[in-house]
Design a protein around this ligand. Structure first.
Ligand SMILES: [Zn+2]
Length: 167
């Protein structure tokens, strides 16, 4: 998740599922709108599906997919496997489920953000879930690829989260 709250997102997902999943329509309700990093919100049928180590991700076509796939492939080999699955990793999310909080739509709504190994890295607010060596390597790889790592946020760290830098 982005800086906007994993717990509230999960609660929203559970609530949405409870009304029969009708929220998960394919039409983008906010097609002309942008997520926080300046990319347009998209529907799931506009995403590209790909997998690393058995875990499937959905991300925006073009540079977002190229960069995020390169990052996850590297992370899986160099940091730790992403193979846990079962909701432990996140990518695109229906924009209606990640509504603007105080600023703008989550970058998950534009398919330009992913979360890796949430169970190990606890999500928003947790810090120090990677060793200093791992954190340095992640930050360096993110910078190399034009990505932003949520673990570098000093206000509310989000160590599982990686996203495309602002356009
Ligand atoms: Zn995230």
């Amino acid at each position: 998740m982005s800086k906007f709250g994993m717990r509230s997102f999960v609660a929203t997902m559970v609530a949405a599922a409870g009304v029969g999943g009708t929220v998960l329509c394919s039409a983008p309700a906010h097609a002309a709108e942008l997520s926080q990093n300046g990319f347009p919100l998209i529907s799931q049928d506009q995403t590209v599906e790909w997998s690393v180590n058995g875990v499937t991700f959905w991300t925006a076509p073009g540079a977002p997919t190229e960069k995020l796939q390169a990052f996850v492939t590297w992370f899986d080999a160099a940091i730790e496997p992403v193979s846990l699955g079962n909701g432990d990793d996140w990518s695109w999310a229906e924009p209606a489920l990640v509504p603007p909080s105080n600023v703008s739509y989550s970058n998950h709504g534009s398919g330009t953000a992913i979360d890796l190994n949430l169970e190990r890295h606890a999500g928003q607010g947790a810090s120090g879930t990677f060793t200093p060596e791992q954190a340095s390597a992640i930050a360096a790889k993110a910078a190399e690829l034009g990505l932003v790592w949520g673990g570098s946020w000093t206000d509310i760290p989000d160590e599982p989260h990686i996203e495309l830098a602002h356009l």
